[in-house]
Design a protein around this ligand. Structure first.
Ligand code: G6P
Length: 606
C-alpha cells in the first residue's frame, strides 16, 4: 500500500511533497523518493525524515512527483525506492499497486537493450514509456500505449523532463485522486496530503488517464475519449481520510479483508492445474519434497494462525506439524533433523521471540521459512525462503486482516506441499476454487455488521466470556477470545469444546456466556452436544453457525451466520464475526480499540 503524491504549480514543490508524504505515512513505509523538474531525483530508505535531510534547502522547483514505499517486490533498498527512471533518465514514474506481468515485460525490454537497476515490478513502466517514446508522437500517447500492456493494479504518476509542467496520471485498481487548486494542481493516492491545500477533489475511476498542468486537468479513458469527472468538496479531517471514513483502523482493516484475501492470492493460484505458484519457495522446492516434519513458530495471532496451519498441513499435505509459541521454542531443546522445516509466521517480521526461535532453528541446521507481511523485515531476511502476505500495513494493534492473510497463505502452502505429495489434482483445484470464492463470502458477512453490532452491545455487559470450537475452529476459539481481551480488557477464554467437561463447565452460569463456533462440518454434532451441556447449566450461548442452519436457534440464545465453505478454509470466515464482535463490544465499553492499553503492535523485546 504505497503512497503517491505529485504537485504542479508555482510554489516550492519539494516542501509540499515532503509534507504530503508525511500525511501518507499511515499507509506504511520503508523508503521514499522525490523527483523535481529541473533539480533531480533523490531516494532514501527509512522514514520521510531521512529523505528530507538528503534534500536540504536547495531542492527548488515547481513540479514534482513523490512516493512512499511499502515494499511488495524487492527489498526496501534505495535502488528499489521510487521514482523509477528509464535508461535516458528522462522519464520518471511513481507507482502504487502490483504489475502482475512485469517479468515478461522486463525480459522483453532487456532483450531490447534496457538496463534495470531495481528488483521492482514498477521499473518496467518507465522503460516501457521510454521505448514507446521512440515511436509515439508525444508523451501522452507513449504513456497510454505503455499502460495498455500492463496487467495488475496501478495508480501511476509519470513525468517527462522535456515537458516540465505536465504530469500524467493513471488509475487501475489502486486509488488516485486529483486536488484542484488555483494555478496549482495535486495528485495523490488519497486526499490526505491534498486537503491542507484545496478541498476540491476529483476521484479518478479505473481506466482513467489524466493530464495535469498547473492550470488544467483533462481526463481520458484508456481508449482516448475525453471524459468528465465531478469535483467533490471534501470536508473530512486528515484522520478520517486515512481511516477511509471509518471510525477506527481496526474496523477499516476488518472491512478490507476481502481485498486482503485477493492480495494474498494474487497471481499465486493455478486453478486448472490445482497448483499454488509460490515464487518465494521455488528455490527450496526440491528440499521441501523431502521434509517430513514442520515446526511452526509465532506469537499472538500468528501462533493461532499456525495452529490452523497444523490441521491443514496434516490433513492435506500429510506432513507432521507442531506449533510453538516463539518464547517457548527458544528455551526448549527442539529435536530437529535434516527433514524438519521451521516456519515462522509474523506480520511485522520483527517479533523478538519469533526471530530468536528462527535463529535457534538455524543453529540446529533446520531449513527455515517465513510467512511475513513486512518485506525486508528481519525475519524475512533471515529465513531461507518464504512467502509474503501482501496484506498491506496493519495499523490497529490487534491483528485482524493480517491474521486472515496468514491463514490464506497457509492454505497456499498446503496446496504447494500437498501437490508435491499425494494431494489429487481434483483436491488442489477444489481448494483453489474455494479460496477464490472467499472474498465475496467475507463481504456477505460484513453486510451483516449492524446485526453483529447489536449482539456485541447486548453482550457487552458481561465480564467473562468463554469461546469454544473444535478441529479447524479450535484455534478460532483462542483467536476470538484474544481479540476480545486485547481490545475490551474483558476476561475471555478460548477452549477446545470437547474439554468443557474437564473443567470450564464448572464456571458456567447465567452470567458467563459462551461463544460457540458450531459450523456445519465434520464436528458439528460434537459441538452441538457441548452446547447442550452449557444450556443444561443455564449458560447463555452465542453461536457462529452456517447459513441455513435454522435448527440451531432452538439451542443457542443468539446466532451469527457465515456462508458455507470448505472445512479447512472455514476459519477465514468464522473469525470475521468474532473480530467485529470484539470491536463493537470494546466500543460499547469505551475502549481504545486501535491502541489498547499496555500493548504494542510490534514486540521487539523479549
Ligand atoms: C503483538 C500484536 C499481535 C500480534 C503479535 C505477533 O502482540 O499485538 O497482534 O499477533 O504481536 O506479531 P507479529 O508481527 O510477529 O505477527
Amino acid at each position: 500500500m504505497c503512497g503517491i503524491f505529485a504537485y504542479t504549480g508555482n510554489k516550492n514543490a519539494s516542501k509540499i511533497l515532503i509534507d504530503g508524504l508525511k500525511a501518507l505515512e499511515y499507509r506504511g513505509y520503508d523508503s521514499s523518493g522525490i523527483f523535481v523538474h529541473g533539480v533531480g531525483n533523490i531516494k532514501s530508505t527509512g522514514g520521510i525524515e531521512n529523505l528530507k535531510e538528503k534534500i536540504g534547502s536547495n531542492f527548488q522547483g515547481t513540479t514534482g512527483i513523490s512516493h512512499l514505499r511499502w515494499a511488495t517486490h524487492g527489498q526496501p533498498t534505495k535502488n528499489n525506492a521510487h521514482p523509477h527512471t528509464d535508461c535516458t533518465e528522462k522519464v520518471f514514474i511513481v507507482h502504487n499497486g502490483i504489475i502482475e506481468n512485469y517479468k515478461e515485460i522486463k525480459e522483453k525490454l532487456i532483450s531490447l537493450g534496457h538496463k534495470f537497476i531495481s528488483e521492482t515490478d514498477s521499473e518496467v513502466i518507465s522503460h516501457l514509456i521510454e521505448d514507446n517514446l521512440k515511436t509515439e508522437k508525444d508523451f501522452e500517447n507513449a504513456v497510454s500505449k505503455s499502460l495498455s500492456v500492463l496487467n495488475g493494479t496501478f495508480g501511476i504518476i509519470a513525468s517527462y523532463v522535456n515537458e516540465p509542467n505536465k504530469i500524467i496520471v493513471a488509475r487501475m485498481g489502486a486509488p488516485v485522486v486529483l486536488g484542484i487548486g488555483d494555478g496549482e494542481n495535486f495528485v495523490a493516492s488519497d486526499p490526505s496530503p491534498i486537503i491542507r491545500h484545496t478541498k476540491n477533489i476529483v476521484y479518478l475511476h479505473d481506466g482513467d488517464i489524466a493530464i495535469v498542468t498547473p492550470d488544467s486537468y483533462d481526463i481520458y479513458t484508456l481508449d482516448n475519449n475525453i471524459i468528465n469527472r465531478d469535483i467533490e468538496v471534501i470536508d473530512w479531517e486528515v484522520e478520517q481520510i486515512q481511516k477511509d471514513g471509518h471510525e477506527h483502523f481496526m474496523l477499516k482493516e476488518i472491512i478490507n479483508c476481502p481485498n486482503t484475501v485477493n492480495d494474498t492470492l494474487r497471481g499465486r493460484l493455478m486453478t486448472e492445474e490445482g497448483l499454488a505458484k509460490l515464487g518465494g519457495l521455488e528455490i527450496v522446492a526440491d528440499k521441501l519434497r523431502d521434509i517430513n516434519r514442520i515446526i511452526i513458530v509465532g506469537c499472538g495471532s500468528a501462533y493461532y494462525a499456525g495452529l490452523i496451519g497444523e490441521y491443514m498441513l496434516e490433513e492435506y499435505a500429510e506432513i507432521q506439524v507442531e506449533v510453538e509459541i516463539g518464547s517457548e521454542f527458544r528455551y526448549r531443546k527442539p529435536i530437529i533433523d535434516k527433514n524438519t522445516v521451521v516456519l515462522a509466521i509474523s506480520q511485522s517480521g520483527e517479533t523478538a521471540d519469533t526471530l530468536e526461535a528462527i535463529r535457534e532453528a538455524k543453529r540446529k541446521g533446520a531449513l527455515t521459512l517465513g510467512i511475513v507481511n513486512t518485506v525486508g523485515s528481519t525475519i524475512a531476511r533471515e529465513t531461507d525462503a518464504g512467502i509474503y502476505n501482501h496484506a498491506g500495513p496493519e495499523i490497529g494493534v490487534a491483528s485482524t486482516k493480517a491474521f486472515i492473510s496468514q491463514i490464506t497463505a497457509l492454505s497456499l502452502i498446503t496446496i504447494f506441499l500437498g501437490r508435491q505429495r499425494q494431494m489429487s489434482l481434483t483436491m488442489g483445484k477444489r481448494i483453489g476454487e474455494e479460496l477464490l470464492e472467499l472474498p465475496k463470502k467475507i463481504d456477505s458477512i460484513l453486510n451483516n455488521k449492524e446485526e453483529i453490532r447489536k449482539l456485541a452491545e447486548k453482550y457487552s455487559k458481561y465480564k467473562n466470556l468463554l469461546y469454544i470450537g473444535r478441529k479447524y475452529n479450535y484455534p478460532i476459539a483462542f483467536e476470538g477470545a484474544l481479540k476480545l481481551k486485547e481490545v475490551s480488557y474483558v476476561h475471555a477464554e478460548g477452549y477446545g469444546a470437547g474439554e468443557m467437561k474437564h473443567g470450564p463447565l464448572a464456571m458456567i452460569d447465567e452470567n458467563f456466556p459462551t461463544v460457540a463456533i458450531s459450523l456445519d462440518d465434520s464436528v458439528y454434532k460434537k459441538v452441538i452436544s457441548n452446547m447442550e451441556e452449557i444450556k443444561a447449566r443455564k449458560g447463555k450461548v452465542l453461536a457462529i453457525a452456517t447459513e441455513g442452519d435454522s435448527g440451531i436457534k432452538s439451542l443457542a440464545d443468539d446466532v451469527m451466520y457465515i456462508p458455507k465453505t470448505l472445512e479447512m478454509l472455514s476459519p477465514i470466515l468464522s473469525i470475521i464475526p468474532l473480530q467485529l464482535f470484539a470491536y463493537y463490544f470494546a466500543l460499547k465499553n469505551d475502549c481504545n480499540v486501535d491502541k489498547p492499553r499496555n500493548l504494542a503492535k510490534s514486540v521487539t523485546v523479549e
